[in-house]
Every structure is written in C-alpha cells, then in structure tokens.
Write a protein that binds this ligand. Structure first.
Ligand SMILES: Nc1ncnc2c1ncn2[C@@H]1O[C@H](COP(=O)(O)OP(=O)(O)OP(=O)(O)O)[C@@H](O)[C@H]1O
Length: 780
C-alpha cells in the first residue's frame, strides 16, 4: 500500500528513509494508519493542534494528484472507524447502515457535499472528532458515541502526533504542500469550530439524555407507583369481589332471614290480631264490668244511703240492744259453760263407750262361749232325748176368722199352756186342749173311744200363738247349725191344712216374719263365714222337690211345656256319706241367702196349690227344700290333715193332715159356701187326701219302727216322702217335727189327732246322731 501523503519522489519507500521509515512502514499495514497517511504532510505551526483535517474529497483529490499512483490505495477501502462523516441529526438524515457510512465514504460524502459549502463540508467530514449520532434515545447508543468519540480523540491525538512527525519530517517538503497545508489548517480550524459546535451539540444531547433519563426515571417511578396503584387496585378489586361475594351471601342469608322474619311477622300479625281481638273482648268485658260496677256502686251508694238512714235508726235502737247484748253475753257465757260441761260429758261418754266396747267384746266372747255351751247342751239334750224332737206351735186366730163375730163371741178352741209361766227349758212344754162342746163330733169321728173333755200333751217345747218366728228359730238355730258340722238335719212341719205350716217354714216377706227356711239358710251361711277364720271353706247347693200324689217334681226345673212327658226322678242314698240324691234334678250352687231366697220364690211359682174347702191356698203336696253343705278345712300347717264335712239341711213343709172324715164333713160346708162340690173334683181331693194321709202314716210308721231299736225293719220305702227323708230320719240324723195347730174350736178334733201323732213321734227314741266327717279321705 502506498501512502497518500506526499513524499519525496527520490526516496525509496521503507528501505531508504532514516527517521520516517518506521512511521511510513507502520502506515502500510494497519488500516488506521491509512487515514493518517492521507493527512496533509504540510507542517503545522507550533502551538496549534498539530492536526489539520482536510475534506476527504480534497484530500483524495490532492493525493490523487500528488502522490504516486503505484502506492495509493483507493479511499473506498479505508476503515469506517477512521473517517466518520459528520452527520446531521438522525431525524434529518436518510437511513443508511453503519457499514455504508463507514465503508463507502465517497458515496456518503456526496450528499453532504451537496448540502454544505464544499470547503466547510469537507473539513467537517475529515475531522477526527466526528459528532456522535443524534439518536440518543438509548444509553448504549450514547455509550457507543462516547467510545467512538474517545476513539476519534485518540485517533486525533495519534493523527496529530503523526502530523507533527510528518510536518517535521515534511517541513522540508514541497511548497506546494504548504498551500495545501494552509488550506488544511484552515479546514482544521473550521473542523475545530465544527467540533466545538458538535461538542456543544453533544453536551446538549447529553443534557437532553440526562433529562430524558431523569424523565425516564420519573416515568419509571410513576410507572412503578402506577403499577403499585394498579396492584393495590387489583387487591382492592379482589377484596371488593370477595366482599361482594360475602355481601351476596349475606344478602341471601338476609333474604332467607327476611322470609323467615316475614313469616314470623305474619305469625306475629296473626297473634297480635288475635290478642287484639282478645284485648277488645276483654276491653268490652271490662267496659261491661265497669258499667256493672258503676251500676253496683250506684246501687251500693243508694243502699249506703239507706243503710246510713237505717244506721241512724239503729243507733237509736242500739241503746236498746245494748241491754239485750248484755243479756245475750250472759246467755252465751251460760251456754259456753254448758258446752264445756257437754265436752266433759262427751269425754266421759267416750270413756264409758270404750268401757262398753270392752264389755261388748267380753260379752261377745262370753256369748261365743255360751254358744259353745248351748251347742254342747243341745248335743246332750239330743242324746238324752234321742235324735227326734217335737215342737208344738199354735197359730193365732186370724182376723179374717173373727169377722162377723159379735163381741165376746169366739171360735177359738179352749187351749191352755199350764207351764208357760216358767220359761223354757223348765216350762213352756205343756199344752192342754178342752173339748167339752165337741163330744158328739168326737164320738162321730172316733167311734167308741172314751170321752175326754181335757187332753194334756207334753212336747220338747210348746209355742203359743203369741210366739214369734224369732222365738221358734232360737230353738231351731242350733239344729240348723248342726248341718255345718256334718249332720243330716231334717225339720218338718206337720199339721192339718191351715194350721200354719207354710207360715212356719217360709213365713212372710218381712225380716220379722221370715220363716225357718230363710232363717236356717242365713244361719248356715253365717256360720260358714265365721268358720273361715278357722280355715273352713263351704260350698252349698240347693234343691227343692215336691211330692204330690207320690210323684216327685223338681220345683227348680223349668215348667214343662204342655205335652212334655213327665220326668222321672229316682231317689238314691249314699251308703257312706249318707247323702241322698234325686236323679234329673237341678241342684244349683248358692252363694248367699239372697240366692236361696230367689230359689224359694222360683219354686213357689211352680208349687201346686189347690183350693180346698179348708183353705183356699191349701197346699196339697209335700215340699222338701234341701241345702247340701260341704265344708273343707285346709291344714294350718304343711302335712296336716284336710278335713271335710258333709251335711244336709232338709226343711219340709208337709201337706195338710186332715182326715177323710173331716174332708167329708166339710164337703157339705163347702157346698153351703158355694164352693165346688162336683164329683170329679171331690174325687180328686179324695185321692189327694188319701195319698197325703198314706204318706203321713208311712212317716209315723217309720218313726215307730226307728223307736223299736236297731235291727228293726224301717219301712222307708212305703212312701216317697219317707224314702226321700230316709237319711234324715235314721239314727244318724237330727230331726225336728214342728206340730202346727189351728186355734179354732172347729179344728179341735184334727188338732187332737195331730197331737196324738206328734206325741208318738215325741216318745220315740231313734238313736244318737252321727255327723259325717272325713279326714284325708277316710270316713270316721
Ligand atoms: N203364727 C202365725 N201368725 C200369724 N199368722 C199365721 C200364723 N200361722 C199361720 N198364719 C196364717 O194362717 C193362714 C194359714 O197358714 P198356712 O197357710 O201357713 O197354713 P198351712 O198349714 O200351710 O196350710 P196348707 O197345708 O193348706 O198349706 C195363713 O194366712 C197364715 O198367714
């Protein structure tokens, strides 16, 4: 490469130059040196910058004109960093690449040359301190500019140094170069001016950059603040969204609560409405009460006024009453003392009552002991007397029988009770009949029997017409009670029609007139109840039979329908228990006296009653009420004996015992009274009477046979009556015959017949009664 700087034509290139050779050699290789080599070689005066830039065009032209063409290198190959064309601000320049700017100087230089004066423009372009690019937006550009500036300055310094070297070396160069040097110097000055201007521009740009950086920093700060605000706003927005969600939830809850509250509100409204209604009602009621109270107050005011007036009057009367009050006070004091006395008396009475209670208890115990004693006595009597006893009872004259009689006139027979003044058991056993006015009748009835005007009879006890049902039962109760001890007891009423048999056995409807049957039944139930304390329990069965014309009828069975075949009842006697049973009969269990009473009433309806000339309600049949009593005593201790007692209480109302003669005698009387006397009816009555008498005779025969002692034949089977009562008439039973007598004189003969029959019975000893008691299934 050849330098563009003018050099002496004679001096060979590197080999001959003493002081300049290194410098020239150095310019050949590095391209940076090319620019220096292109600089004018004219010397610069001392004290100047030593660097005189020259426009490239001019330099090239000069180089082209003065330098050897053999060593000259085209400018286009010079490195761009060595020669940077001063440029206008980026905005005013056409866009060119850095390579184009640096590498194609001629190309780039052309437009510049066209815009500026040729000289000035050339100097600016060739200046070592090319102006930084006007683009100052980015800091790296500025940095590059700084670097380039530094490089330019360094290059300038080097160029200056080379220029000085070249100047000193070329001082002696040609004068032609002097002119060029001066030109170059002027161009350098111009370039320096331009450089100063560019520096100013650079400073301005730097300031602008600093300002822009500050502005940028401010903007960055503002941006950061804005971003912070934006984040804060986002956070706030997020918070707001969450709050909105929460609020929505609250709103939903609120809506639910509102709906509930509305419901409650509705309920409350209704409640309030109700309460309001109630309150209104209460208010109305209160108003009404107020009105009433006002009325009452008015009324009371009126009454008060009246009372005041009365009080005024009373005050006057008070004085008078005061005296009365004093009197009353005295009376009250007296009454109080009397009351105190009464209290004392009451206390005393209470004490006495307690004592009486004790006495009563003692008496009860004594009574129990007495009862026991009486029972023992009863047993003794029964043993002494035998097991059949006879009571005689005379009924009173009935009011109906006294009708039509004149005063003092009487139909009563002459009956006396000689020992009635002595109480039983020492007295009340005799009865005396007088028959003075009836001798002919007696003769007629009894044939050639000896005449007697007075007949005296003795029985176990005689009851006068004045005696009551209770009197009779007092003597019978022990006998009835025996049935609960396991005895067979038979009580039968004997007597002519109308003598009072039914009355004695059944009695009236009142408690006082109750007959022996209800009383005996009540007694049995009472005893059974008392014996519960001793571990006894009793069961009882009732039976009610009728024997009419030797036929048994069950009075407790339903009334048979017309055409029904008559039931046949067989009588059976148990050999061990001595129980008598009748087949096909009802024997209902009875639990109380009332139930027994019902059975009696039921039987009474079925009882055959036939009108007779003797008694319009005369019974023409025997009736037998039987109460079977079974008592069981459980042992008080385990392993003890179970004791069982079986007793029977027979209460018999016998048919009328009037004789046939009496029947015939009274038949005429009946005809006189307009009663039925037709043949069939009389025959029927006759047959009834015969049957009755036959059975009664059989009863007498049985009793007589029993009196003959053990082993004698007893004709029980001669009649249904005796066969039915077999176990109650035998030696194992206790029998009582109540002879009922009519008090009428007209019935005296019948009464005497009955008395004689009863006497026979009374004189019979039929043995000692035995009770039926079984222990652990073994009879003893
Ligand atoms: N002790 C007495 N006290 C009062 N009245 C009695 C007494 N005894 C019987 N009578 C009355 O005498 C009448 C006849 O008595 P009751 O009918 O008892 O006789 P009877 O012997 O049963 O007669 P029949 O054999 O015909 O049935 C009845 O009106 C009865 O009320």
């Amino acid at each position: 490469m050849t330098s563009r700087l003018p050099r002496p034509q004679s001096s060979p290139e590197p080999k001959t130059a003493g002081g300049f050779a290194p410098s020239l050699k150095r310019k050949v290789v590095p391209e940076e040196d090319d620019i220096a080599s292109q600089q004018p070689t004219s010397k610069k005066p001392a004290g100047s910058s030593g660097f005189r830039p020259k426009p490239l065009e001019a330099s090239r032209n000069a180089t082209t004109n003065s330098a050897s063409t053999a060593t000259r290198k085209p400018l286009s190959s010079a490195p761009p960093t060595r020669l940077t064309i001063p440029r206008a601000p980026a905005a005013a320049r056409p866009t060119t690449s850095a390579a184009a700017r640096g590498t194609n100087l001629p190309t780039a230089r052309k437009p510049s040359a066209s815009r500026v004066p040729s000289t000035t423009a050339k100097r600016v372009v060739s200046g070592p301190t090319a102006a930084p690019e006007q683009t100052i937006a980015a800091p790296d550009v500025i940095t590059n500019l700084h670097k380039r500036l530094t490089t330019l300055e360094e290059a300038h310094t080097q160029d200056t140094e080379r220029v000085q070297v070249a100047a000193s070396s070329t001082a002696v160069a040609s004068a032609a170069h002097q002119e060029q040097l001066q030109t170059l110097q002027s161009e350098l000055i111009t370039a320096q001016v331009q450089l100063a201007s560019t520096s100013a521009q650079l400073q301005s740009a730097t300031n602008q950059l600093a300002s822009a950086q500050a502005q940028n920093a401010s903007l960055q700060g503002e941006l950061g603040a804005a971003k912070g605000l934006l984040r804060a706003r986002d956070d706030a927005e997020q918070t707001l969204k969450q709050e909105i969600l929460a609020l929505k939830g609250e709103v939903l809850d609120g809506k639910t609560a509102l709906a509930r509250a509305q419901d409650e509100c509705g309920d409350l409204r209704r409640t309030v409405a109700r309460e309001q209604e109630d309150a209104e009602i209460r208010v109305r009621r209160g108003e009404r009460l107020l009105r009433e109270a006002k009325d009452e107050i008015d009324d009371k005011d009126a009454r008060m006024s009246k009372l005041r007036a009365e009080l005024a009057g009373a005050v006057d009367a008070g004085a008078q009453s005061l005296e009365q009050h004093r009197t009353s006070t005295l009376r009250i004091a007296l009454l109080e003392s009397q009351l105190a006395e009464m209290h004392r008396a009451k206390a005393q009475w209470e004490e006495e009552r307690a004592e009486l209670e004790e006495e009563k208890q003692a008496l009860k115990e004594e009574s129990t002991r007495g009862e026991e004693e009486r029972r023992k006595l009863h047993e003794i009597v029964m043993e002494l007397k035998g097991n059949i006893r006879v009571f005689c009872r005379v009924r009173p004259v009935l009011p109906s029988e006294e009708e039509g009689l004149s005063e003092g006139e009487s139909l009563a027979a002459q009956i006396a009770y000689p020992d009635s003044s002595r109480p039983y058991p020492s007295g009340e056993k005799e009865i005396v009949m007088s028959a003075a006015g009836l001798e002919r009748e007696w003769d007629a009835g009894m044939g050639n029997k000896p005449r007697k005007e007075v007949w005296n009879f003795n029985f176990d006890r005689v009851f006068t017409p004045a005696s009551t049902q209770a009197d009779l039962f007092a003597e019978i109760s022990q006998l009835a009670q025996s049935s609960t001890d396991g005895y067979n007891v038979c009580i039968f009423a004997y007597g002519q029609t109308g003598s009072g048999k039914s009355w004695t056995m059944e009695g009236g409807s009142t408690e006082a007139t109750q007959g022996m049957i209800p009383r005996a039944v009540a007694q049995v139930f009472r005893v059974a109840e008392d014996l519960k304390d001793k571990g006894w329990s009793y069961t009882m069965e009732g039976q009610f039979l009728e024997i009419y014309n030797e036929t048994i009828t069950d009075l407790l069975a339903p009334t048979p329908a017309p055409g029904d075949p008559p039931r046949k009842h067989e009588i059976h006697h148990h050999p061990t228990t001595h129980l008598t049973t009748v087949s096909d009969t009802l024997t209902p269990v009875v639990n109380s006296p009332a139930e027994v009473q019902n059975l009696l009433a039921q039987a009474q309806k079925r009882r055959r009653v036939a009108a007779t000339i003797m008694n319009e309600r005369s019974s023409r049949s025997h009736s037998v009420f039987t109460l079977r009593i079974r008592g069981v005593q459980n042992p008080s201790q385990p392993g003890g004996e179970v004791v069982e007692r079986i007793g029977t209480l027979n209460l018999v109302d016998l048919a009328g015992s009037e004789r046939l003669a009496a029947l015939n005698h009274h038949q005429g009387a009946a005809a006189g009274l307009g009663q039925s006397t037709n043949g069939a009816a009389v025959q029927e009555r006759l047959k009834e009477t015969q049957n009755i008498n036959r059975s009664l005779s059989a009863l007498g025969d049985v009793i007589a046979a029993l009196g003959n002692g053990p082993g004698s034949h007893v004709p029980y089977r001669n009649s249904k009556l005796t066969y039915l009562l077999q176990n109650s008439l035998s030696g194992n039973s206790k029998t009582l015959m109540v002879l009922n007598l009519s008090p009428l004189a007209a019935h005296l003969n019948e009464s005497l017949t009955s008395l004689r029959f009863a006497t026979k019975v009374n004189n019979t000893t039929i043995g000692t009664a035995k009770k039926v008691q079984v222990a652990n299934g073994t009879g003893r």
